[in-house]
Design a protein around this ligand. Structure first.
Ligand code: TXA
Ligand code: MG
Length: 323
């Protein structure tokens, strides 16, 4: 079996929506990373996601939907959650709330809460509108490898395990959504940093948002399973450094393009150091360096003064470096 990459024509979208409705798996583009989608209310379809990814069953899935109205059918919203959903949806924000009974246990790893997100990518939205069902979707990569930001990345990782990939080009955000726990409306907590920052959330919620930026080593910890330390990792040993320096069989990844002509082992994440551009390119460049046959990768750290997206980028870079 080799997955087919489908161009986003109207008839392909209709066919893939039908495939999802009858319990099939389809890898879909979102603005953050590609997701491996299945009918969220079909437990059997969701089990197939875990199988295809090799994902442990104690790592729950994010459910994607069109808007707040659809989200309220799946979870118990509070006013704080409604406020952030109205402000940041559609977009790269996932909200964790008490689940309603219709959400199968396989989606939440048996837990009482469900993670919800309305993606902004136009193709994800068209597919949701055509399928008319919520879609459970983790990132479309084999468990613990780097998340995919193109259809070709999905093909490389899961091409032998799934049949359908919808091609939506390169993801515009490039790192996974912010996961915000609002189970207790007065105790908002970021479980995973992303493009929507703590400062943005605090402004809307009008209170302090806790950041649990602590990784856990044990797979048994269900609290925030995405916080497993080794995650988003290349296979080549990677070290974070303030200044990459040439070494034998080593790939060097800089934040911005170095001046002058560079040898093949030199990579960069942006032209001028803009964080949005770094986020967009990070996973692609990590994959390229990982595929280069090097013994080691050195990745330049962000300056400590960087704000905004820096929390998410630092988090992913540290995880990529953890062994
Ligand atoms: O941007 C994204 O969020 C992408 C795209 C496809 O939407 N999805 C994604 O899914 O990154 P995944 O499965 O790779 O990461 C989901 C994260 C994990 O850290 C998981 O533990 C957490 O969300 N999560 C899911 N349900 C949860 C819940 N009920 N409570 C706490 N954390 C939850
Ligand atoms: Mg993932």
């Amino acid at each position: 079996m080799k997955a087919r990459i489908h161009p986003p024509t109207r008839s392909n979208l209709r066919r893939l929506a039908a495939e999802l409705r009858r319990g099939g798996l389809v890898a879909i583009p979102t603005e953050t990373v590609y997701g491996l989608a299945a009918h969220a209310l079909d437990a059997k379809a969701c089990r197939a996601i875990f199988r295809a990814k090799g994902r442990p069953a104690n790592d729950p899935l994010i459910v994607h939907l069109l808007d707040l109205t659809h989200a309220e059918e799946l979870a118990e919203f509070n006013d704080a959650a409604r406020r952030v959903a109205r402000r940041f949806w559609p977009g790269p924000l996932t909200i964790v709330l008490p689940k309603k009974p219709c959400v199968p246990g396989i989606v939440t790893s048996g837990g009482p809460t469900v993670a919800l997100r309305a993606p902004a990518h136009p193709l994800a939205r068209q597919l949701l509108a055509l399928a008319k069902v919520p879609l459970a979707a983790p990132s479309a990569n084999p468990f613990s490898y780097i998340s995919p930001t193109t259809a070709a990345h999905v093909q490389q990782g899961l091409g032998k395990r799934i049949r359908h990939i919808l091609d939506g080009g390169s993801c515009t955000v490039g790192v996974e959504s912010t996961v915000l726990d609002l189970t207790h409306s007065t105790k908002p907590r970021i479980l995973r940093p992303g493009a929507i920052t703590a400062a943005q959330l605090e402004k809307v919620l009008k209170r302090k948002v806790a950041t649990q930026n602590r990784s856990v080593k044990s797979k048994a910890v269900l609290l925030a399973p995405g916080m497993l330390e080794r995650h988003y990792s290349p296979r080549t040993p990677l070290r974070l450094t303030t200044r990459p320096v040439a070494a034998r069989q080593t790939a060097l990844i800089f934040l911005r393009q170095p001046a002058g002509k560079q040898p093949a082992n030199v990579y960069w994440l942006s032209q001028r150091g803009a964080l949005e551009e770094i986020a967009r390119n990070l996973y692609r460049v990590l994959r390229e360096a990982d595929a280069g046959g090097y013994r080691a990768i050195q990745l330049e750290k962000l300056p400590t003064t960087a704000g905004g997206l820096a929390a998410a980028l630092n988090d992913r870079m540290k995880r990529a470096a953890s062994r």
